[in-house]
Design a protein around this ligand. Structure first.
Ligand code: FEO
Length: 618
């Protein structure tokens, strides 16, 4: 019996799940199964996007027949010829002999290679379109994401990106179809990372090329070939792709992978992990003989620091460690700090060989000292491990450690955090603007800093609750209008107190122009304008920090820039005294009053988006 899911009014998921597969591609365990997604568009013409793996062929064919509901299939768009998506092409041709295949020239070659059939096809290339009635499909080439023939398709009518392997996830769908139906971050992000890093991790440049093309499209829904469909909070996965494809770590912390025959190398790794934890540094550990390599590869893409500890075996690196390192090098791991521990009872060689292998990767910062164990850890080597821990610690930003949290200080007093200290920092205030397709938007931020002069680079931190944040994640570009002291409160209301998701903030704000990147800036009450292009981004929970190269900048006036303090003292209206007898909390940032006897810990100010820590009792 068919099992299909409505995706949009015109689009139906006709894929299937496989929970019996032991090893995806013969290499990657999939304990949660895997989905093979295919989508049927019902327009004046009917269009099927890709097929499925042979394991689920029968269910798929039932699904297609059911969704077609008696209609003919007009087009089969083949975006990717890997057999997990193309196994049913011949069945489709037999059942729907009038169907026209739509693919690029490379795909046609692959069809012939796989099937031996010289099939007639409608060949498309970059930016070609196909009109199916109400919908127009745009074809975008995405070579090496994950094979050379891969292309993606953009439906400009419903703003859907059919993304082929990109944005896929291991794991069967289990009745859901949309990522917002599950707790994706908790239950699936690890599998999305494992899928990305192992399947397309090697091809970061090509993924970035696709992200750049996708950034120019107005995308509301992403339909990948594996895993969930994305219709909400697309930026949560796109921001990961920006990091992964640039080989930038997601988190500061140390991944320790060890290969140990009799437990002594493991012992050294454990001691180092304890020493690092003492310093407040996050650690994760893997025994490479036990944990599947795909999980360790994924962890290496996640963490900033990597430690490899291996015994010497047959005068080389221990077999499982050697295989892991070769895998990591093949997956192009870059931009990491690496420390090495070796063990050898008579002729330790593994440390030097590990360095040699990883030395082939770009931008690996080796901790100078290799700790060399002779059979088992002795006291002197505990000190050597401590020296490595210290060297690792010295490369960590202070904020990445939790050493200060609730720890006893030297004089015995508990260290505490007074968030009022944050208000003593000097901040400017800025209108941050972005443009996504025809949509313009802006918000107020107080965190913009010049990082370097050459190249001229700035950083901004943006609350993820802001729609402008999502637009920057998607497009990678923004403008800063540096507000001056003449800025009236109405500007803060206009850009800070509403969401741009359902309003056009510029519709009632005429004093604006566009810079060369096409993004709006405000003309009055700003003393300078800076346009920038995002080079890196970092996920810090509630906020994303964007590093960006300045692409244009100019001065509008010499009026002093407004500071946060000036805003509080001179611009922000003073909160009205509460009505007699009313209980509640007032936001120290914008004056919003929450009425009630207790403020929930996770409360977010609906006006300025600050959390409960910025409220005080009336
Ligand atoms: Fe799921 Fe590259 O195929």
């Amino acid at each position: 019996m068919y099992c299909i899911k409505k995706t949009t009014n015109d689009l139906t998921w006709v894929g299937a799940n496989d929970r019996r597969l032991a090893m995806f591609e013969g290499v990657y365990s999939v304990p949660g199964g895997v989905s093979y997604n295919s989508y049927l568009l019902m327009d004046e013409k009917t269009v099927l996007f890709d097929t499925v793996d042979k394991a689920v062929q029968r269910r798929f064919l039932e699904n297609v027949a059911s969704a077609l509901d008696g209609r003919q299939l007009d087009y089969l768009v083949i975006q990717h010829m890997e057999p997990d998506h193309s196994a049913a092409i011949e069945d489709i041709l037999v059942r729907y002999p009038k169907v026209k295949l739509v693919c690029n020239a490379k795909t046609r070659d692959f069809i012939n290679q796989f099937t031996g059939l010289n099939i007639d096809a409608h060949i498309v290339k970059e930016n070609d379109t196909l009109n199916t009635g109400r919908h127009t499909l745009h074809f975008v080439m995405a070579p090496m994401v994950h094979w050379p023939e891969v292309m993606v398709t953009y439906d400009s009518t419903d703003k859907i990106l059919f993304s082929a392997d990109a944005f896929g996830t291991f794991g069967a769908l289990n009745g859901a179809l949309f990522a917002d139906e599950v707790d994706f971050n908790k239950d699936y992000m690890d599998e999305a990372r494992r899928y990305y890093s192992n399947i397309v991790g090697k091809y970061g440049n090509q993924v970035q090329a696709l992200l750049k093309k996708a950034g120019a499209l107005d995308i509301k829904i992403i339909c990948p070939l594996h895993g969930f469909v994305w219709r909400e909070n697309l930026s949560s996965l796109i921001s990961k792709y920006i990091l992964w494809s640039a080989y930038q770590p997601e988190e500061n912390g140390v991944m320790i992978a060890y290969a140990s025959v009799y437990g002594n190398t493991e012992n050294a790794a454990e001691i180092l992990a304890c020493q690092l934890r003492e310093k407040g540094i996050k650690t994760v550990m893997f025994d490479v003989s036990v944990t599947p390599a795909s999980e360790i590869i994924a962890a290496a893409f996640r963490w900033s620091h990597l430690v490899f500890a291996s015994t010497t075996y047959n005068a080389g690196i221990f077999v499982s460690m050697e295989a892991l390192l070769d895998d990591l090098v093949a997956h192009n791991i870059q931009n990491r700090t690496v420390a090495v521990i070796e063990n050898g009872s008579w002729a330790a060689t593994s440390g030097g060989l590990i360095r040699e292998k990883l030395g082939k990767c770009k931008n690996i910062n080796f901790i100078e000292q290799t700790v060399s164990i002779k059979s088992s850890v002795n006291k002197a080597q505990v000190s050597e491990l401590e020296a490595v821990a210290n060297a690792i610690e010295s490369t960590f930003p202070r904020s990445a450690k939790n050493a200060g949290d609730n720890k006893e200080s030297k004089d015995g007093k508990a260290a505490s955090i007074d968030t009022n200290a944050m208000f003593k920092l000097s901040y400017g205030l800025f209108v941050l603007t972005a443009k996504d397709g025809s949509k313009d938007n802006g918000c107020i931020i107080n965190t913009a800093t010049q990082i370097t002069a050459s190249p001229l680079r700035i950083s901004i931190a943006v609350n993820k609750a802001n729609f402008t944040h999502d637009m920057i994640v998607k497009t990678g570009e923004f403008n800063l209008s540096v507000l001056s002291e003449s800025a009236p409160f109405s500007i803060f209301e206009q850009f800070g107190f509403h969401t741009g998701r359902d309003t056009d903030k510029f519709a009632s704000y005429g004093n604006n122009e566009r810079t060369a990147n096409g993004i709006r800036y405000i003309v009055e009450h700003a003393n300078s304008i800076i346009s920038a292009k995002v080079s890196e981004s970092y996920d810090y929970g509630s906020h994303t920090v964007f590093m960006a190269d300045v692409t244009q900048s100019f001065v509008l006036s010499n009026e002093p820039s407004v500071t946060y303090q000036y805003y509080f003292d001179n611009i922000k209206p003073k909160p009205q005294p509460p009505q007699e007898g009313k209980k509640g909390y007032v936001c120290k940032i914008c004056g919003y009053v929450f009425e009630g006897s207790s403020l929930p810990d996770d409360f977010i100010c609906p006006l300025c988006k600050h959390g409960s820590a910025d409220f005080e009792m009336l």
